[in-house]
Design a protein around this ligand. Structure first.
Ligand SMILES: [Zn+2]
Ligand SMILES: [Zn+2]
Length: 182
């Protein structure tokens, strides 16, 4: 999704997209995404570059869905992502390469660009990734896989006794066994 800066009219620019355009596919190739994570490039949203903003900025929202693999049971699942977007584009200053280090300062969340175009796609992919939970879970209380049989813990397929807990009555025996065996 490239926008020529010269093509932005004085009265500003509004981009509406409704799930029919493949606006992120290019950016999804250039931005590294964690393995197992798939962002649906057919997203809904509205982005606006207001008129006379001096600085080039873009506000709006994005609705999409992301496929992820559960970190406990490895099952794939889909999560809807609804995101408010607020991006500030700043021309990269070749004279001042330290500029990007300013990104971490408060209100210093800029997307840098060079040349005649801005590409909000990459920034949007980054925003979507930031909105995802650190630990992908298919559901909050996912019990994960049984380490013994590989089936979902507590599922009918897993008939293993709960081996995480040693019966307290056997603990003394376990202790003894450890002392006897060299
Ligand atoms: Zn799970
Ligand atoms: Zn099992």
């Amino acid at each position: 999704m490239k926008i020529r800066i010269d093509d932005i009219p004085e009265e500003g620019l509004v981009l509406n997209f409704s799930g029919d355009s493949d606006i992120l596919s290019e950016s999804l190739v250039s931005v590294p995404v964690p393995s197992g994570t798939i962002i649906d490039p057919y997203m809904k949203g509205r982005l606006q570059i207001p008129a006379g903003s001096g600085e080039l900025f873009m506000i709006g929202y994005i609705e999409t869905s992301v496929r992820m693999a559960c970190s406990r049971c490895l099952a794939e699942f889909s999560r809807d992502v609804n995101l408010d977007v607020s991006l500030i584009f700043r021309r990269r200053d070749a004279q001042n390469p330290a500029q990007e280090a300013d990104r971490d300062e408060p209100d210093g969340d800029f997307t840098f660009f060079e040349g005649p175009e801005i590409d909000p796609g990459e920034a949007i992919v980054q925003e979507i990734l930031l909105a995802l939970p650190m630990k992908a879970l298919c559901r909050e209380d996912c019990p994960g896989l049984c380490p013994h049989c590989g089936a979902m813990k507590g599922s009918p397929e897993c008939e293993c006794p709960d081996q995480d807990r040693v019966d307290p009555r056997w603990e003394a025996l376990e202790e003894l066994k450890k002392r006897i065996s060299p």
